[in-house]
Design a protein around this ligand. Sequence first.
Ligand code: GLN
Length: 469
Amino acid sequence: MTRTKLSAVGFIDAVKRGQVNLDEFYVNLFTELARLNEKHNFMITIAEGKPSSRGGRLAGLPVSVKDCICTKGIQSTAGSRILEGYVPPFDATCVERVKQAGAEVVGKTAQDEFGFGTFSTNCAFGVPTNPIDPSRSCGGSSGGAAGLVRAMDMPHVAIGQSTGGSISCPAAFCGVVGLTPTYGLVSRYGLIDYANSLDKIGPIAKTVEDVALMLSVIAGRDARDQTTIDKKPQDYLGALGKGKDDLKGMRIGIPKEYMGGGVDDGVRRKVLDAVGKMEELGARSAECTLLNTRYSIPAYYIIATAEASTNLAKFCGMRYGAEGKVEGEFNEYFSKVRSKHFGDEAKRRILLGTFARMAGYRDQYYLKAMKVRTLIINDFKRAFRRFDVLAAPTMPFIAPKFSEISKMSPIQNYMSDILTVAPNMAGIPMLSVPCGEIRGMPVGMHILGNHLEEGKILRVGKAFESLSG
Ligand code: GLN
């Protein structure tokens, strides 16, 4: 199949024109999902069913949903044993919106437990493997989503979620497109939260157009999420330019801290080549600085674990999640249930987060991290006064092998997020697009924009995509 035939936009057009036999299509799709899942563990749950109508902006489109997003009647575990068997009686707002637009939810994608990880190796239900080289990671925490987008030769869009890079990282490692929207643009109602002040829901797809279409459907104010931004719904797909012309006069900033020592030479070269190509079409680039970058990892892990530890407190074996035999003192019972059902990384984060917000330590850690967050936001604000967008590598290296990951210490693991946590803390939108390969493995370029400038980063992404063919 050609790229256009595989694209969601092309497929939806064909469905609307009555050119697709949806019965046959969905039979093939579920066969393909089962086959891929056997090989790669992309999904925790495969759904069943097919669309009942041919109307709507997403008519007939298969959509996969990250497992931390609630889907009515389909198990939603967030990758954790503590939620095994939980079947939500309701849909998250984003799921409700895609269904209303005519899409079909085909299953729930594998992820690190509650989003805690960068390689999806912390998934309690099997680790998804990279479709290009199964000895390597898909990235995380939305690993199953990106892997499935890459592997399935059928039109499909995934809904992922990011706290500190979980859409961009797997998109980069699997060579697909991922958009993390501005914080508050997409409703979090129905999301099993990791860290509420950081969580964003966004699409992963094969093309920039598909991502733009999906964003148009899921974005916008939701009375059930008070943190959603009150902004008129926008047609991001319609606002996409024709491609290459959009780069004329575009000012691209290259943050020097994102091109430094920790970034592999090959990755750096690919991103600089990509910027060079954009310059040939009229963009201008210059170096810029995001001064507080080196504080971003410690600040992020304090804020994220502090929020995560409070979110996980409700899973105590009483009202939410797994239960056990009630015996002994409350604390004994609750420790037993939590020890049994949470994975190691969740436990590590509960300890870190609880410590960081304890009376006596709060000023030293949590409140200081919040101040650093403000400085980081100011760094970006300053950069966007001079530049339309910033470009950087999405991840400092290509998808690592599982054998390499198992040798990483928790700190090395956390350091992998050095290029993604700051933009996530600032709540700005970011788009990861493929920009070449190293030894057959994809490299991702990050295009960062100012708050609510999704339209602009999508136009740049589309222009770059049409350039690279
Ligand atoms: N790797 C980061 C973390 O573990 C980001 C994960 C995410 O965005 N959910 O916190």
